[in-house]
Design a protein around this ligand. Structure first.
Ligand SMILES: [Zn+2]
Length: 448
Protein backbone atom coordinates (compact mmCIF):
# COMPACT_ATOMS: atom_id res chain seq x y z
CA UNK A 1 0.00 0.00 0.00
CA UNK A 2 1.14 3.49 -0.61
CA UNK A 3 -1.03 6.31 0.55
CA UNK A 4 -0.18 9.83 1.42
CA UNK A 5 2.70 11.11 -0.64
CA UNK A 6 0.84 14.37 -0.91
CA UNK A 7 -1.99 13.83 1.49
CA UNK A 8 -2.31 11.46 4.36
CA UNK A 9 -5.37 9.48 5.13
CA UNK A 10 -6.92 10.62 8.30
CA UNK A 11 -9.24 8.83 10.58
CA UNK A 12 -8.11 5.31 9.78
CA UNK A 13 -8.75 3.23 12.79
CA UNK A 14 -10.36 0.04 13.79
CA UNK A 15 -14.07 0.36 14.12
CA UNK A 16 -15.77 -2.38 16.01
CA UNK A 17 -19.19 -2.53 14.49
CA UNK A 18 -22.05 -3.55 16.68
CA UNK A 19 -23.00 -7.15 16.20
CA UNK A 20 -26.01 -7.69 14.07
CA UNK A 21 -28.01 -9.17 16.90
CA UNK A 22 -31.08 -9.78 14.81
CA UNK A 23 -29.27 -12.53 12.96
CA UNK A 24 -28.38 -14.49 16.06
CA UNK A 25 -29.71 -17.99 16.47
CA UNK A 26 -31.45 -18.01 13.14
CA UNK A 27 -29.01 -20.59 11.88
CA UNK A 28 -29.97 -23.28 14.31
CA UNK A 29 -32.18 -25.21 11.98
CA UNK A 30 -32.61 -28.95 12.14
CA UNK A 31 -30.87 -30.93 9.40
CA UNK A 32 -32.93 -32.77 6.88
CA UNK A 33 -34.23 -36.08 8.20
CA UNK A 34 -34.98 -37.56 4.81
CA UNK A 35 -32.68 -40.19 3.35
CA UNK A 36 -29.83 -41.70 5.35
CA UNK A 37 -29.64 -40.46 8.92
CA UNK A 38 -27.20 -37.60 9.27
CA UNK A 39 -25.52 -36.89 12.56
CA UNK A 40 -26.88 -33.59 13.87
CA UNK A 41 -24.52 -30.71 13.24
CA UNK A 42 -22.45 -29.60 16.23
CA UNK A 43 -23.16 -26.48 18.21
CA UNK A 44 -21.24 -23.39 17.10
CA UNK A 45 -18.01 -22.72 18.94
CA UNK A 46 -15.14 -20.28 18.60
CA UNK A 47 -11.93 -21.22 16.80
CA UNK A 48 -10.20 -18.48 14.83
CA UNK A 49 -7.18 -20.73 14.29
CA UNK A 50 -8.99 -23.06 11.87
CA UNK A 51 -7.08 -22.43 8.66
CA UNK A 52 -8.94 -21.06 5.63
CA UNK A 53 -7.63 -22.74 2.48
CA UNK A 54 -9.90 -21.35 -0.20
CA UNK A 55 -12.47 -18.56 -0.38
CA UNK A 56 -14.94 -18.61 -3.25
CA UNK A 57 -17.02 -15.44 -3.36
CA UNK A 58 -20.09 -14.75 -5.47
CA UNK A 59 -21.21 -11.17 -5.03
CA UNK A 60 -24.41 -9.54 -6.28
CA UNK A 61 -24.11 -5.76 -6.21
CA UNK A 62 -27.79 -5.24 -7.05
CA UNK A 63 -28.94 -6.98 -3.86
CA UNK A 64 -25.76 -6.40 -1.80
CA UNK A 65 -25.61 -10.09 -1.05
CA UNK A 66 -22.73 -12.52 -1.11
CA UNK A 67 -22.15 -16.23 -0.95
CA UNK A 68 -18.84 -17.39 0.46
CA UNK A 69 -17.84 -21.00 -0.14
CA UNK A 70 -14.98 -21.59 2.25
CA UNK A 71 -12.68 -24.60 2.40
CA UNK A 72 -11.36 -25.12 5.91
CA UNK A 73 -8.48 -27.29 6.96
CA UNK A 74 -9.72 -30.57 8.36
CA UNK A 75 -9.93 -31.19 12.09
CA UNK A 76 -10.51 -34.43 13.93
CA UNK A 77 -10.52 -32.77 17.31
CA UNK A 78 -12.44 -29.50 17.30
CA UNK A 79 -15.77 -28.61 15.73
CA UNK A 80 -15.50 -24.84 15.94
CA UNK A 81 -14.68 -22.46 13.11
CA UNK A 82 -14.77 -18.70 13.47
CA UNK A 83 -14.65 -15.84 11.00
CA UNK A 84 -14.51 -12.09 11.17
CA UNK A 85 -17.84 -10.76 9.98
CA UNK A 86 -18.27 -7.41 11.69
CA UNK A 87 -20.06 -5.70 8.82
CA UNK A 88 -22.06 -8.67 7.58
CA UNK A 89 -25.60 -9.80 8.16
CA UNK A 90 -25.44 -13.60 8.09
CA UNK A 91 -28.38 -15.25 6.34
CA UNK A 92 -27.36 -18.87 6.68
CA UNK A 93 -24.49 -21.31 6.96
CA UNK A 94 -24.59 -24.74 5.40
CA UNK A 95 -22.62 -27.58 3.90
CA UNK A 96 -23.63 -30.02 1.17
CA UNK A 97 -25.42 -32.24 3.69
CA UNK A 98 -27.56 -29.43 5.09
CA UNK A 99 -27.61 -26.40 7.36
CA UNK A 100 -24.99 -25.80 10.03
CA UNK A 101 -25.44 -24.11 13.39
CA UNK A 102 -23.91 -20.69 13.83
CA UNK A 103 -23.92 -17.61 15.99
CA UNK A 104 -22.75 -14.06 15.47
CA UNK A 105 -21.61 -11.90 18.34
CA UNK A 106 -19.27 -8.93 18.59
CA UNK A 107 -18.42 -9.18 14.91
CA UNK A 108 -17.37 -12.82 15.03
CA UNK A 109 -19.20 -15.62 13.25
CA UNK A 110 -18.86 -18.97 15.02
CA UNK A 111 -19.89 -22.10 13.16
CA UNK A 112 -20.21 -25.70 14.25
CA UNK A 113 -18.40 -27.80 11.64
CA UNK A 114 -18.52 -31.61 11.82
CA UNK A 115 -15.13 -33.26 12.30
CA UNK A 116 -13.35 -34.22 9.13
CA UNK A 117 -10.05 -35.69 8.10
CA UNK A 118 -9.75 -33.59 4.97
CA UNK A 119 -11.01 -30.13 4.08
CA UNK A 120 -14.46 -29.14 5.22
CA UNK A 121 -16.39 -26.94 2.83
CA UNK A 122 -19.01 -24.61 4.19
CA UNK A 123 -21.21 -22.02 2.50
CA UNK A 124 -22.09 -18.73 4.13
CA UNK A 125 -24.84 -16.56 2.69
CA UNK A 126 -24.77 -12.97 3.79
CA UNK A 127 -25.64 -9.36 3.15
CA UNK A 128 -23.02 -6.63 3.18
CA UNK A 129 -23.19 -2.86 3.05
CA UNK A 130 -21.29 0.21 2.05
CA UNK A 131 -18.66 1.21 4.60
CA UNK A 132 -16.71 4.28 5.60
CA UNK A 133 -13.72 5.15 3.41
CA UNK A 134 -11.09 2.38 3.28
CA UNK A 135 -13.09 0.00 5.45
CA UNK A 136 -14.80 -2.22 2.87
CA UNK A 137 -17.02 -1.36 -0.08
CA UNK A 138 -16.70 2.39 -0.62
CA UNK A 139 -19.25 4.85 -1.99
CA UNK A 140 -17.41 5.24 -5.29
CA UNK A 141 -17.58 1.54 -6.04
CA UNK A 142 -14.19 0.08 -5.15
CA UNK A 143 -13.30 -2.05 -2.16
CA UNK A 144 -10.37 -1.91 0.23
CA UNK A 145 -10.14 -4.07 3.35
CA UNK A 146 -6.50 -3.62 4.39
CA UNK A 147 -5.55 -4.32 7.08
CA UNK A 148 -8.34 -5.78 9.18
CA UNK A 149 -11.60 -4.85 7.44
CA UNK A 150 -12.21 -8.01 5.39
CA UNK A 151 -15.04 -8.89 7.77
CA UNK A 152 -16.94 -5.92 6.35
CA UNK A 153 -16.96 -7.59 2.92
CA UNK A 154 -16.79 -11.36 3.38
CA UNK A 155 -16.28 -13.88 6.21
CA UNK A 156 -12.53 -14.04 6.69
CA UNK A 157 -9.40 -14.05 8.78
CA UNK A 158 -7.57 -10.74 8.58
CA UNK A 159 -4.49 -12.23 10.27
CA UNK A 160 -1.99 -12.19 7.39
CA UNK A 161 -0.53 -15.50 8.58
CA UNK A 162 -3.64 -17.25 7.27
CA UNK A 163 -3.47 -17.04 3.50
CA UNK A 164 -6.21 -18.25 1.20
CA UNK A 165 -6.74 -18.76 -2.49
CA UNK A 166 -9.66 -16.85 -3.98
CA UNK A 167 -12.31 -17.20 -6.59
CA UNK A 168 -14.49 -14.18 -7.24
CA UNK A 169 -17.55 -13.47 -9.34
CA UNK A 170 -19.35 -10.13 -9.17
CA UNK A 171 -22.76 -9.63 -10.76
CA UNK A 172 -25.36 -6.89 -10.60
CA UNK A 173 -23.13 -4.14 -11.99
CA UNK A 174 -25.20 -1.05 -12.88
CA UNK A 175 -25.90 -0.55 -16.58
CA UNK A 176 -23.14 1.23 -18.46
CA UNK A 177 -20.51 0.32 -15.88
CA UNK A 178 -17.98 -2.45 -15.51
CA UNK A 179 -16.79 -4.31 -12.41
CA UNK A 180 -13.12 -5.25 -12.56
CA UNK A 181 -11.64 -8.03 -10.45
CA UNK A 182 -9.55 -11.17 -10.77
CA UNK A 183 -11.71 -14.28 -11.29
CA UNK A 184 -9.18 -16.28 -9.31
CA UNK A 185 -6.02 -16.00 -7.24
CA UNK A 186 -4.37 -19.39 -7.32
CA UNK A 187 -1.79 -19.22 -4.54
CA UNK A 188 -2.34 -18.44 -0.86
CA UNK A 189 -2.51 -14.69 -0.30
CA UNK A 190 -3.52 -12.39 2.55
CA UNK A 191 -7.22 -11.52 2.77
CA UNK A 192 -6.42 -7.86 2.09
CA UNK A 193 -5.34 -8.66 -1.46
CA UNK A 194 -8.78 -9.32 -2.98
CA UNK A 195 -10.83 -6.39 -4.30
CA UNK A 196 -13.12 -5.19 -7.01
CA UNK A 197 -13.82 -1.84 -8.61
CA UNK A 198 -16.97 -0.70 -10.35
CA UNK A 199 -16.99 2.26 -12.71
CA UNK A 200 -17.15 3.48 -16.30
CA UNK A 201 -13.83 2.00 -17.31
CA UNK A 202 -11.80 2.09 -20.48
CA UNK A 203 -9.05 -0.47 -20.99
CA UNK A 204 -5.56 0.48 -22.05
CA UNK A 205 -3.30 -2.19 -23.51
CA UNK A 206 0.22 -1.55 -22.20
CA UNK A 207 2.27 -4.43 -23.56
CA UNK A 208 3.82 -7.73 -22.59
CA UNK A 209 6.90 -8.56 -20.53
CA UNK A 210 9.72 -10.84 -21.67
CA UNK A 211 8.20 -13.59 -19.57
CA UNK A 212 4.78 -13.12 -21.14
CA UNK A 213 2.88 -11.12 -18.55
CA UNK A 214 0.35 -8.98 -20.40
CA UNK A 215 -0.04 -5.57 -18.81
CA UNK A 216 -3.16 -3.45 -18.86
CA UNK A 217 -4.59 -0.36 -17.25
CA UNK A 218 -8.17 0.68 -16.69
CA UNK A 219 -9.07 4.31 -16.34
CA UNK A 220 -12.14 6.35 -15.50
CA UNK A 221 -13.59 9.11 -17.73
CA UNK A 222 -10.96 11.81 -18.29
CA UNK A 223 -8.16 9.58 -16.98
CA UNK A 224 -6.64 8.40 -20.24
CA UNK A 225 -3.60 10.67 -20.22
CA UNK A 226 -2.76 9.87 -16.60
CA UNK A 227 -3.08 6.15 -17.26
CA UNK A 228 -0.70 6.43 -20.21
CA UNK A 229 1.81 8.57 -18.33
CA UNK A 230 1.83 6.41 -15.24
CA UNK A 231 2.27 3.16 -17.13
CA UNK A 232 4.47 4.31 -20.02
CA UNK A 233 7.45 2.36 -18.64
CA UNK A 234 5.52 -0.30 -16.76
CA UNK A 235 6.60 -3.10 -19.09
CA UNK A 236 10.25 -2.24 -18.37
CA UNK A 237 9.55 -2.02 -14.64
CA UNK A 238 7.85 -5.41 -14.62
CA UNK A 239 10.70 -6.83 -16.69
CA UNK A 240 13.09 -5.54 -14.04
CA UNK A 241 11.16 -7.28 -11.24
CA UNK A 242 10.62 -10.50 -13.17
CA UNK A 243 14.32 -10.67 -14.01
CA UNK A 244 15.54 -9.71 -10.54
CA UNK A 245 13.05 -11.73 -8.50
CA UNK A 246 10.99 -14.32 -10.39
CA UNK A 247 8.11 -14.60 -12.83
CA UNK A 248 4.96 -12.67 -11.97
CA UNK A 249 3.08 -14.87 -9.48
CA UNK A 250 -0.54 -13.99 -10.29
CA UNK A 251 -1.26 -15.17 -13.80
CA UNK A 252 -0.82 -13.93 -17.34
CA UNK A 253 -2.49 -10.54 -17.08
CA UNK A 254 -1.83 -7.79 -14.59
CA UNK A 255 -2.08 -4.05 -14.28
CA UNK A 256 -3.53 -0.98 -12.67
CA UNK A 257 -7.10 0.12 -12.10
CA UNK A 258 -7.78 3.78 -11.42
CA UNK A 259 -10.10 4.19 -8.44
CA UNK A 260 -11.83 7.26 -7.09
CA UNK A 261 -10.64 7.56 -3.50
CA UNK A 262 -11.77 11.16 -3.18
CA UNK A 263 -10.15 14.52 -3.60
CA UNK A 264 -7.15 14.09 -1.30
CA UNK A 265 -6.09 10.42 -1.17
CA UNK A 266 -2.94 9.91 -3.17
CA UNK A 267 -1.69 6.35 -3.47
CA UNK A 268 -2.44 2.78 -4.33
CA UNK A 269 -3.17 -0.65 -2.93
CA UNK A 270 -1.68 -4.01 -3.82
CA UNK A 271 -4.80 -5.74 -5.14
CA UNK A 272 -2.86 -7.99 -7.51
CA UNK A 273 -3.24 -8.96 -10.27
CA UNK A 274 -5.18 -5.71 -10.77
CA UNK A 275 -3.77 -3.24 -8.29
CA UNK A 276 -5.70 -0.09 -7.48
CA UNK A 277 -4.28 3.41 -7.83
CA UNK A 278 -6.18 6.54 -6.85
CA UNK A 279 -7.12 8.76 -9.77
CA UNK A 280 -4.83 11.46 -8.34
CA UNK A 281 -1.81 9.13 -8.48
CA UNK A 282 -2.58 7.14 -11.63
CA UNK A 283 -0.14 9.21 -13.68
CA UNK A 284 2.73 8.68 -11.22
CA UNK A 285 5.19 5.98 -12.33
CA UNK A 286 6.65 5.80 -8.81
CA UNK A 287 3.31 4.72 -7.38
CA UNK A 288 2.84 2.23 -10.23
CA UNK A 289 6.31 0.79 -9.57
CA UNK A 290 5.52 0.56 -5.87
CA UNK A 291 2.23 -1.29 -6.26
CA UNK A 292 3.68 -3.58 -8.94
CA UNK A 293 6.48 -4.68 -6.58
CA UNK A 294 3.93 -5.81 -4.00
CA UNK A 295 3.20 -8.83 -6.21
CA UNK A 296 6.41 -10.28 -4.79
CA UNK A 297 6.50 -8.70 -1.31
CA UNK A 298 3.30 -8.20 0.65
CA UNK A 299 1.16 -10.36 -1.62
CA UNK A 300 3.22 -13.22 -3.13
CA UNK A 301 5.02 -13.52 0.19
CA UNK A 302 2.89 -12.14 2.99
CA UNK A 303 3.97 -10.97 6.45
CA UNK A 304 3.59 -13.71 9.06
CA UNK A 305 2.67 -11.09 11.67
CA UNK A 306 1.81 -7.42 11.44
CA UNK A 307 5.11 -6.88 13.24
CA UNK A 308 6.71 -8.02 9.94
CA UNK A 309 5.04 -5.17 8.02
CA UNK A 310 8.50 -3.93 6.99
CA UNK A 311 8.88 -7.12 4.97
CA UNK A 312 6.14 -5.75 2.76
CA UNK A 313 6.53 -1.98 2.74
CA UNK A 314 10.23 -1.58 3.49
CA UNK A 315 11.23 -4.06 0.80
CA UNK A 316 8.75 -2.64 -1.69
CA UNK A 317 9.86 0.94 -1.09
CA UNK A 318 13.44 -0.16 -1.80
CA UNK A 319 12.37 -2.06 -4.92
CA UNK A 320 10.40 0.98 -6.11
CA UNK A 321 13.56 3.08 -5.94
CA UNK A 322 15.63 0.37 -7.64
CA UNK A 323 13.10 -0.04 -10.48
CA UNK A 324 12.74 3.70 -11.06
CA UNK A 325 16.52 4.12 -11.11
CA UNK A 326 16.93 1.22 -13.51
CA UNK A 327 14.14 2.18 -15.89
CA UNK A 328 13.84 5.97 -15.68
CA UNK A 329 17.51 6.67 -15.07
CA UNK A 330 19.90 7.70 -12.30
CA UNK A 331 18.59 11.27 -12.06
CA UNK A 332 15.05 10.06 -11.43
CA UNK A 333 16.41 7.51 -8.96
CA UNK A 334 18.17 10.29 -7.07
CA UNK A 335 14.85 12.12 -6.88
CA UNK A 336 13.20 9.08 -5.36
CA UNK A 337 15.89 8.79 -2.66
CA UNK A 338 15.78 12.50 -2.00
CA UNK A 339 12.04 12.25 -1.57
CA UNK A 340 12.53 9.23 0.72
CA UNK A 341 14.96 11.27 2.84
CA UNK A 342 12.32 13.96 3.23
CA UNK A 343 9.74 11.36 4.20
CA UNK A 344 12.12 9.75 6.69
CA UNK A 345 12.96 13.09 8.28
CA UNK A 346 9.30 13.96 8.55
CA UNK A 347 8.42 10.58 10.05
CA UNK A 348 11.28 10.92 12.55
CA UNK A 349 9.90 14.29 13.63
CA UNK A 350 6.46 12.89 14.38
CA UNK A 351 5.28 11.61 17.74
CA UNK A 352 4.61 8.03 16.64
CA UNK A 353 6.95 5.12 17.39
CA UNK A 354 10.19 5.08 15.40
CA UNK A 355 10.47 1.30 15.55
CA UNK A 356 9.99 -0.19 12.09
CA UNK A 357 10.17 -3.84 13.11
CA UNK A 358 8.74 -4.46 16.58
CA UNK A 359 9.53 -7.68 18.39
CA UNK A 360 6.82 -10.24 18.98
CA UNK A 361 3.91 -11.42 16.89
CA UNK A 362 0.29 -10.41 17.00
CA UNK A 363 0.78 -7.75 19.63
CA UNK A 364 0.85 -4.50 17.69
CA UNK A 365 -2.17 -2.65 16.36
CA UNK A 366 -1.11 -2.24 12.75
CA UNK A 367 -3.03 0.98 12.21
CA UNK A 368 -2.15 2.66 15.50
CA UNK A 369 1.37 1.38 16.06
CA UNK A 370 2.91 0.78 12.65
CA UNK A 371 1.05 2.37 9.76
CA UNK A 372 3.18 5.38 9.07
CA UNK A 373 6.22 6.12 7.02
CA UNK A 374 8.71 4.64 9.50
CA UNK A 375 8.40 1.04 8.26
CA UNK A 376 8.43 2.22 4.64
CA UNK A 377 11.38 4.56 4.87
CA UNK A 378 13.58 2.94 7.51
CA UNK A 379 13.03 -0.28 5.59
CA UNK A 380 14.09 1.28 2.29
CA UNK A 381 17.20 2.88 3.80
CA UNK A 382 18.13 -0.36 5.57
CA UNK A 383 18.12 -2.17 2.23
CA UNK A 384 20.13 0.62 0.66
CA UNK A 385 22.71 0.31 3.45
CA UNK A 386 22.73 -3.45 2.93
CA UNK A 387 23.17 -3.01 -0.82
CA UNK A 388 26.10 -0.68 -0.15
CA UNK A 389 27.68 -3.40 1.99
CA UNK A 390 27.16 -6.58 -0.06
CA UNK A 391 26.45 -5.18 -3.52
CA UNK A 392 23.51 -5.72 -5.83
CA UNK A 393 25.17 -8.86 -7.19
CA UNK A 394 24.64 -10.54 -3.80
CA UNK A 395 21.56 -8.74 -2.53
CA UNK A 396 19.41 -9.38 -5.61
CA UNK A 397 19.89 -13.17 -5.59
CA UNK A 398 19.10 -13.11 -1.87
CA UNK A 399 15.75 -11.42 -2.51
CA UNK A 400 15.06 -13.87 -5.32
CA UNK A 401 15.93 -16.90 -3.19
CA UNK A 402 13.72 -15.59 -0.41
CA UNK A 403 10.80 -15.08 -2.75
CA UNK A 404 11.11 -18.50 -4.35
CA UNK A 405 11.34 -20.20 -0.96
CA UNK A 406 8.34 -18.40 0.56
CA UNK A 407 6.06 -17.75 -2.45
CA UNK A 408 2.44 -18.31 -1.43
CA UNK A 409 3.44 -18.44 2.23
CA UNK A 410 3.74 -16.21 5.26
CA UNK A 411 7.24 -15.23 6.31
CA UNK A 412 8.97 -13.25 9.00
CA UNK A 413 11.40 -10.46 8.25
CA UNK A 414 13.97 -12.59 10.07
CA UNK A 415 13.53 -15.25 7.37
CA UNK A 416 14.73 -12.70 4.81
CA UNK A 417 17.72 -11.78 6.96
CA UNK A 418 18.56 -15.48 7.28
CA UNK A 419 18.59 -15.90 3.52
CA UNK A 420 20.79 -12.83 3.07
CA UNK A 421 23.20 -14.42 5.51
CA UNK A 422 23.36 -17.70 3.59
CA UNK A 423 23.23 -16.33 0.02
CA UNK A 424 25.24 -13.12 0.40
CA UNK A 425 27.59 -14.44 3.07
CA UNK A 426 26.97 -11.50 5.38
CA UNK A 427 24.90 -11.53 8.54
CA UNK A 428 22.72 -8.39 8.41
CA UNK A 429 21.21 -8.89 11.88
CA UNK A 430 23.09 -6.10 13.64
CA UNK A 431 22.51 -3.67 10.78
CA UNK A 432 18.81 -4.55 10.67
CA UNK A 433 18.52 -4.05 14.42
CA UNK A 434 20.22 -0.66 14.18
CA UNK A 435 17.90 0.54 11.43
CA UNK A 436 14.66 -1.18 12.29
CA UNK A 437 14.60 -1.97 16.01
CA UNK A 438 16.09 1.27 17.24
CA UNK A 439 14.36 4.61 17.65
CA UNK A 440 17.31 6.27 15.93
CA UNK A 441 18.53 6.54 12.36
CA UNK A 442 22.07 5.14 12.01
CA UNK A 443 24.64 7.70 10.99
CA UNK A 444 26.34 5.21 8.68
CA UNK A 445 24.78 4.75 5.25
CA UNK A 446 26.55 1.42 4.82
CA UNK A 447 25.98 -1.66 6.95
CA UNK A 448 29.09 -2.23 9.10
ZN1 LIG B 1 2.94 -0.44 -0.31
Amino acid sequence: MRIGRHARLVGMGIVILAALGCAQDEGNEKPSTTGTPVEPPPEPSADLSRNIQKTGLTIDLSTMTGTAVIDLAGSLTGTGASFEAAGLEIQGVSRAEGPLKWSLAQGQLDVGVPKSQGSAQITIDYKFKEQAQFEGLMAKGSTLVWPTFCGNLFPCHSDPADGTTFELTVTGTPAGMMTLYPPAIGIDVPSYQIAWATGSYTKLDIGTTFQGTHLVAYYLPGGGTDAQNGTAKLVDIMNFYETMLAGYPFGGEAGAIAVDWGATAYGGMEHHPLWHVSTLAMGDPWIQAHEAAHAWFGDGVRPACWEDFVLSEGTVSYLEARAITEVLGADEGTKVWSHYQTRLNKAMAEAASKIAWPEGCGEVDILKDLFGDIAYMKGAFFFRALEAKVGKAKLDPSLKAFFLKHKGKAAHFQDLLDIVKSVAGYDPSACAAAWLRSEAVPAEQVCP
